[in-house]
Design a protein around this ligand. Structure first.
Ligand code: ADP
Ligand code: ZN
Ligand code: ZN
Length: 725
């Protein structure tokens, strides 16, 4: 009897071990890594075969048989299984949860192989006349097929034929049906793209990358270059070398909407070699794309964070563009960092990783300095545009001058000048909505979410107060819910409020807004960006979304309304995030022909993150920041794990958090520092209280080993965040 070890594909910490099942002879050879249907309890589940029990082992319990096999070829390669295992130990998540990251989201106990597209082709003997005249629509469909020589279901639907009609046509003897994998870019004309010669600086950076690609050697490169220094061109060159090796290139980008330009450049260079992966794809589109990679119909995948789990065993290059970006860290379920997974996978696949950024993460730069990564630099912009000039405005002084507006005088000037010159401006504000909060002037109480410990935000569009932590929303109260006073007032300002202010002051300016509220509507965010790129707007106002990655030729001015909002968040990464945000935002100015101007408004004009970003001085910033981290033992000069216990009852959350503190303090006495239990700034979300514990040490690998096998690992309601950001 063949006995397989099967992991149940279900999110549960308690199922963190394989179950033994019999593989009936009728199923033939079923390799490790194959997904199968198994009986579990009274139901059926999807399982993944992760190993076989040696024949010599005899069991003292009865086993059930596997019901069916779901993959023709195993979904998991041995490398994927090994990476999942490594991930589960490093990030302290269960093995099933780690494996699930590699699968297509939903499972229906079906093979993923449904979604090929059906194409219909006319046989030579097919004629319109062979269809009875009364079947008018069928005749029209056949006439269309004959005229185009073959069409997919989608094309027929686009022509206005209903599904029943298409089905009837597909069943005609004169029609041949073929299943195909969809191309992502059906409209793409394969063009010969002129091979742009690299500049000297690019060639120097590219040489060691090329060497690693063709010799199939693991190496990690940190490519540090300001925006416009030609990093993307280096990625394209590297991807071409990888494709020539007949291996897969994985290109990770922060968020797909914002990186349309990256996709466009790759598609221009490689056409159908490219597949794109993002969260808005349907399951069949995902499957289709993965299948194209597996069959090597396409060799390049571009995607956000989760694309690092590409199910392929032959990766020849991984690029992590904007490697410092926060969106690479998943902040729920399994709290992994895509950069870390990229490094592991590259190591197992024997290929290079390129981490690219204008403002590398402190972590990566530290490793480059230590020689763990190879540092490659592109110090100059390709077209030698100068970096923009930056003006810092101290908002405390504005107040002293009696200017209480959200716009300082310098900001107003910049807007005015930009509009006069008919150039474009990007304006950054970190808060969406209309006002930050609504407060009663009589009793001083803000209007809070009933389920979370945060104040509600006023949204003008639907005249409602909304919670940004849960889905709660309510109409604006006419009287204070606490004291009944009518003196309810809006404080602070969000994107909607500023939009209104701008419109009032500059009535002729064409203003577009981009924040999560706009982006939530499908296609709307893209429309705004395209419209702005096409010059339909003068000012693009938005949250961080407008700061990243765009390359708008017409933008000469950037305004940052509050540099302090990120600086004030109580996290050890606050200065790093501020420096990134300001530098990236400023980098949007003056990418075309004209010089760029930036105005930064702040209440902390002396903070090093702000001063160094004004000077475009990454290295200077790094030096100050790493000193601060070293002094405090913060990453990368030490490791941290954050525990967040959530419970409806505050006492209960506190009790469990306290038990964690006591146990870890006892076991690891002098080796680690245990902080807490403590309440977070926002200590209740969706009616669950949050109590935190933080541990810190030079290295925490022993602590992780201990936790993996202790009650802490399986504690319900406990989120463990390794390397928190
Ligand atoms: P980054 O990714 O660092 O922002 P890009 O690769 O987008 O930089 O390059 C900036 C601009 O310079 C782009 O318009 C790009 O087409 C152009 N460019 C890049 N490399 C070269 C080159 N070797 N020769 C000419 N133009 C280049
Ligand atoms: Zn009141
Ligand atoms: Zn809420």
């Amino acid at each position: 009897m063949r006995l397989a070890e099967v992991i149940v594909n279900r999110p549960a910490k308690q199922l963190n071990k394989p179950f033994t099942y019999e593989v009936p002879d009728a199923l033939g050879v079923v390799p490790v890594g194959t997904r199968v249907a198994i009986p579990l309890g009274r139901g059926k589940e999807e399982g993944i075969i992760v190993g076989y029990v040696p024949e010599t082992v005899s069991l003292n319990f009865t086993v059930k048989p596997i019901l069916s096999v779901l993959d023709k070829t195993p979904w998991f390669t041995s490398e994927m299984l090994a990476t999942a295992k490594r991930l589960s130990h490093y990030y302290l998540c269960s093995y099933p949860d780690a494996l699930r990251l590699f699968t297509i989201d939903k499972k229906e106990l079906k093979s993923y192989e449904r979604p090929k597209v059906a194409w219909l082709y006319p046989e030579p003997f097919l004629t319109v006349e062979s269809i009875p005249a009364r079947k008018k629509r069928q005749r029209e469909a056949v006439a269309y097929l004959l005229s185009v020589g073959g069409a997919s279901y989608d094309m027929l639907k686009e022509q206005g034929f209903s599904l029943p009609i298409i089905k009837q046509v597909s069943e005609l003897s004169g029609v041949r049906r073929e299943e195909k994998y969809r191309h992502t870019y059906t409209n793409y004309d394969a063009r010969e793209i002129p091979d742009i010669p690299l500049t000297t600086a690019q060639a120097k950076a590219y040489a060691p990358i090329h060497d690693a690609i063709i010799h199939r050697r693991f190496s990690s490169f940190l490519l540090h270059g300001v925006t416009g220094s030609g990093k993307t061109q280096v990625y394209i060159k590297a991807a071409a070398a990888c494709v020539a090796e007949n291996r897969i290139a994985v290109i990770l980008v922060p968020e797909i909407m914002l990186t349309d330009q990256m996709v466009t450049r790759f598609v221009e260079a490689f056409g159908d070699e490219v597949v794109v992966f993002h969260s808005k794809l349907t399951i069949s589109e995902r499957y289709n794309n993965w299948e194209r990679l597996r069959r090597k119909d396409s060799h390049i995948i571009i995607g956000a964070r989760s694309a690092v789990f590409a199910p392929t065993d032959d990766i020849g290059l991984i690029v992590v563009d904007e490697e410092h970006d926060g969106s690479y860290k998943q902040e729920d379920m399994v709290r992994y960092h895509a950069r870390q997974i990229a490094l592991w996978r590259a190591e197992s696949n024997s290929c290079p990783v390129i981490l690219g950024s204008a403002t590398p993460s402190i972590d990566s730069y530290y490793k480059a300095k230590k020689g763990i990564y190879t540092l490659l630099e592109l110090p100059e912009r390709i077209h030698h545009q100068p970096l923009p000039t930056v003006l810092l405005v101290d908002m405390k002084e504005e107040l002293l001058h009696g200017n209480y507006s959200v716009f300082s005088d310098a900001m107003t000037d910049l807007i005015q000048r930009t509009l006069e010159k008919k150039e474009q401006m990007i304006m950054l504000l970190n808060r969406r909505g209309y006002s930050t909060f609504v407060m009663c002037r009589e009793c001083g109480e803000p209007v809070n979410c009933p389920h979370c410990d945060v104040s509600l935000v006023y949204h003008r569009a639907n005249e409602a107060l909304r919670c940004h932590y849960c889905e709660y929303h309510a109409p604006v109260p006419e009287v204070c819910p606490k004291c009944g006073s009518r003196k309810i007032k809006f404080f602070g300002s969000g994107t909607q409020r500023v939009e209104e202010e701008l419109a009032k002051r500059f009535p002729r300016a064409r203003i577009a807004r981009l924040d999560q509220d706009v982006a939530a509507k499908k296609g709307r965010g893209e429309d705004v960006l395209h419209g702005f790129a096409a010059g339909e707007y003068d000012i693009l106002l938005g949250t961080q979304m407008v700061a990243k990655g765009h390359d708008f030729e017409g933008v000469t001015a950037v305004g940052i309304l509050t540099a302090d909002s990120v600086l004030n968040i109580p996290l050890y990464t606050a200065a790093e995030r501020t420096f990134d945000l300001l530098t990236q935002a400023a980098g949007r100015a003056g990418r075309g022909k004209s010089e760029g101007h930036v105005v930064i408004q702040t209440y902390n004009p002396l903070h090093y993150a702000i001063i160094k970003s004004k000077a475009h001085d990454y290295k200077g910033f790094y030096k100050e920041e790493i000193e601060a981290r070293e002094a405090l033992g913060y990453p990368p000069c030490g490791e941290m794990i954050h525990f967040r216990m959530q419970h409806e009852k505050k006492d209960k959350a506190m009790q469990i958090a306290t038990a964690i503190v006591e146990e870890l303090s006892k076991v690891f006495d002098n080796d680690v520092e245990v902080l807490g239990p403590y309440e977070e700034g926002v200590n209740r979300v969706r009616n669950l209280y949050r109590i935190s514990v933080m541990i810190r040490g030079d290295t925490l690998s022993d602590v992780k080993k201990y936790i993996y096998h202790s009650w802490i690992f399986t504690q319900d309601g406990l989120a463990i965040d390794v390397d928190p950001m």
